[in-house]
Design a protein around this ligand. Structure first.
Ligand SMILES: *Cc1c(COP(=O)(O)O)cnc(C)c1O
Length: 353
C-alpha cells in the first residue's frame, strides 16, 4: 500500500502520563483510506488530525452503516512498541464489514495501516506504567443518499488516543446490574460484530445501571432473558466449582480477543474452561451453594474487571468477598505482562514494531 503523508504544520503538546482519561486526547495525525465502486479501496494517506467534511445526506448519519475496532500499542520498559493480536482485530473488522454490507477490507491492508500510523505517531505511545496508545480503526458510509441500501462510498480511518492505566490504584472490582428489560442484541442481528449501532442500543440500559449506582449492565439473551450474554462492552467469565465458564458464541455475543486469549491461556494452565449456555439462575444457585468462586469481565480497555456484586431484580449477591479473585489477577498479570514485553509470549501474539 502506497501511503501519502501530509505533515501537520504544528504539533500538539502531549498530555502527561498521569493525566490520560480514556478517549479524550488525540494524536497529531490520522490515517484515511477511501472506497468507491470504480477504484475500490484507494488513496491511502496520513493527514493532520482535523474535522471531516461530510455531506449532510451521508448514509452513515441516517442508517448507521458504520463499524469499528479497538486495540492498543504498548511501550515496554525496553522502550519498544508492541501490538497484541492485531491480526485478530483485522479479521474481526473484515467480519464487521461483511455483516454490514461494506466492501471487504483485506487483513493485510488493515494491519499495514495500523502499523504505519502507529510508527508515524510513535512519540504518542506513552511510557508510564500501564499507559498505552489506544488505536481506533473505523469505517463508515459516506455516499449522500436517502433510502435504505448499502452506500457506494466509504471511508476507513484510524485515529489514536493515548490512554492512562485503567487501574491506577490497583484492580478495582465493579458492581453489575443484571438487565431484564432492555436487550443489546439478538441472534441474527449484529451483536457478533463491532457495529456502531450496538452501542447506541446499549445506552439506555447503561444509564439505568449508572442511575442505580452500578458500574455496568449484564446483558441477557434477547429471547428468554435467562441466559447470560455480556457485561457492558466486555465478555463475561465465571469460575464455578473450579471451572472457568463463559457463554458460548451464540451469534449475539461479540467474540472478544481478550476472551479468546483467556480461554487459550487458562487452557494452557490446565484450568478447565467451558464455553456453553449459562443462565443467571445457575450463577445464583452456584452462589447459594458456595460454588461461585469468581466473576469477571474481559476486554481490551481494562483487560480484566472483577465483579464484586450482582443485582438481579433486587436479589443481590457478593462475589469473592468483593475482592479480586486469584484467577482474575493471574490472567491480568499474565496478559499485561505479555503486552508490555515483561513476560515471554509463547503464543505468537505479540508483534514488536
Ligand atoms: C469490543 C467488545 C468486547 C471485547 O472485545 P476485545 O476484543 O476483547 O476488546 C466485548 N463485547 C463487546 C460488546 C465489545 O464491543
Amino acid at each position: 500500500m502506497d501511503i501519502k503523508v501530509t505533515r501537520a504544520s504544528k504539533l500538539k503538546a502531549k498530555p502527561s502520563g498521569g493525566d490520560l482519561p480514556f478517549g479524550v486526547h488525540y494524536s497529531d495525525h490520522m490515517f484515511i483510506l477511501d472506497y468507491d465502486e470504480d477504484k475500490g479501496w484507494h488513496d491511502a494517506r496520513i493527514e493532520p488530525y482535523a474535522p471531516l467534511t461530510l455531506d449532510p445526506a451521508a448514509m452513515c448519519l441516517h442508517y448507521a452503516q458504520a463499524v469499528f475496532e479497538g486495540l492498543k500499542a504498548y511501550r515496554g520498559a525496553d522502550k519498544k512498541i508492541r501490538l497484541f493480536r492485531a491480526d485478530a482485530n483485522a479479521r474481526r473488522m473484515d467480519a464487521s464489514h461483511e455483516r454490514l454490507c461494506i466492501p471487504r477490507l483485506p487483513e493485510t491492508a488493515f494491519l499495514e495501516a495500523v502499523e504505519a500510523i502507529v510508527r508515524f505517531e510513535s512519540d504518542w505511545v506513552p511510557s508510564e506504567p500501564g499507559t498505552s496508545l489506544y488505536i481506533r480503526p473505523y469505517t463508515f458510509a459516506t455516499e449522500p443518499h436517502l433510502g435504505v441500501r448499502p452506500s457506494k462510498t466509504y471511508k476507513f480511518m484510524i485515529i489514536l488516543s493515548p490512554v492512562g492505566s485503567y487501574y491506577p490504584e490497583g484492580i478495582n472490582p465493579i458492581k453489575i446490574l443484571i438487565e431484564d428489560e432492555y436487550v443489546r442484541a439478538v441472534r441474527g442481528g449484529v451483536g457478533f460484530v463491532k457495529a456502531a449501532a450496538n452501542y447506541a442500543i446499549s445506552l439506555k440500559g447503561q444509564e439505568k445501571a449508572l442511575g442505580l449506582g452500578y458500574t455496568q449492565t449484564l446483558w441477557l439473551d434477547g429471547v428468554k432473558r435467562e441466559y447470560i450474554e455480556e457485561i457492558g462492552t466486555t465478555n463475561a467469565f465465571f469460575k464455578i466449582d473450579g471451572e472457568l465458564v463463559t457463554p458460548e458464541l451464540s451469534g449475539s455475543i461479540l467474540p472478544g480477543i481478550t476472551r479468546d486469549t483467556i480461554i487459550t491461556l487458562a487452557g494452557s494452565w490446565g484450568l478447565p474452561v467451558s464455553q456453553r449456555p449459562l443462565t443467571v439462575a445457575e450463577v445464583y444457585d452456584a452462589s447459594a451453594e458456595g460454588k461461585l468462586e469468581e466473576a469477571f469481565a474481559s476486554g481490551t480497555a481494562a483487560v480484566i474487571s472483577p465483579v464484586s456484586e450482582f443485582n438481579w431484580a433486587g436479589r443481590v449477591i457478593t462475589v469473592s468477598n468483593g475482592e479480586t479473585g486469584k484467577t482474575a489477577r493471574k490472567l491480568y498479570n499474565e496478559i499485561t505482562g505479555m503486552q508490555y514485553g515483561d513476560i515471554e509470549d509463547k503464543f505468537g501474539w505479540v508483534r514488536t514494531l
